[in-house]
Design a protein around this ligand. Structure first.
Ligand code: 4NP
Length: 160
């Protein structure tokens, strides 16, 4: 019997169409590259449900595609049950963090919430992942740069 524990990661942003699905696709690609599919699972969700069911923002998908990352996620809203299913719930910014904190049913659930900035190693000037929705192309590139940095650190921490 395989008793190996699976670690489940949930990335959360506002709409679940830009930052968190990009983080999900990027970490998933790193997981596959390292052959860790049976020990780490990743998903994403939004604190706002207005885009539920939609594919990711085409600008985010195109920017990710340029880096060889395919985004196939359909948006969904985060729900209380996510605190049971996932081991770490990682917020892109402080608003997401606070919304998750309010949704968490108890203290054990609150302790599963992290900020993505905790995993940044090469971008000390950023304390959150900026919302690119109303930004130009550079906003999406910046998001991907920050996500590459943090996902690599997160994965090396999970492997330890
Ligand atoms: P995300 O970006 O939180 O990174 O998915 C946004 C997507 C949609 C909206 C805001 C941010 N919106 O206002 O609809």
């Amino acid at each position: 019997m395989d008793n190996k524990k699976i670690t489940r990661i949930l990335f959360v942003c506002l709409g679940n169409i830009c930052r968190s699905p990009a983080a999900e696709a990027m970490l998933q690609q790193m997981i596959i590259r390292e052959g860790l599919e049976t020990s780490i699972e990743v998903d994403s969700a939004g604190t706002y449900g207005g885009h539920a069911g939609e594919r990711s923002d085409v600008r985010m998908r195109r920017a990710a595609e340029m880096r060889g990352i395919a985004m196939t996620h359909r948006a969904r809203q985060v729900r209380e049950e996510d605190f049971e299913c996932f081991d770490r719930i990682i917020a892109m910014d402080d608003n997401n963090y606070e919304a998750l904190f309010r949704l968490a049913p108890d203290r054990a659930a609150q302790q599963k919430i992290f900020r993505f900035r905790e995993y940044l190693r090469h971008h000390p000037e950023w304390s959150y992942i900026p919302d690119p929705y109303y930004e130009g192309h550079e906003g999406f590139e910046l998001v991907l740069d920050l996500l590459e940095d943090g996902c690599a650190q997160l994965l090396s921490e999970l492997k330890r």
